[in-house]
Design a protein. Sequence first.
Length: 128
Amino acid sequence: MPFFRRALTAHYIDQVAARSALRILRDMVKKAEDRGATTIIAVATSAVRESKNGEEVLQFIRDELEIDAKMISGKEEARLIYLGVLWSMPELRSRFTIVDIGGGSTELIVGNREQTFFSESYKLGRRD
């Protein structure tokens, strides 16, 4: 993931990285539409959130793909991770902890199927 490294260390997403992201998103949009999706939303997390030109890159994606692309906060990222775990792991019944280690942030969520008790996003992640 070389472009994430550049984004995190320079806090800037270069043209190569933006075009790579666009190509990947274009493929994902096609797969979603092939499976019947009628609404597509792309969310950007820490690499874009911390980049000097993150909003510019999102506008580029919106213009090229005509999809809703937005930057989300670390709190919203944690909330979506929690909902994804609930949906994908119906066997979870009691209190649990989720640790999501990403490219530039780590989310820690403690909750059960009804609510979260703790949810936080930290500016640390894999940087190899």
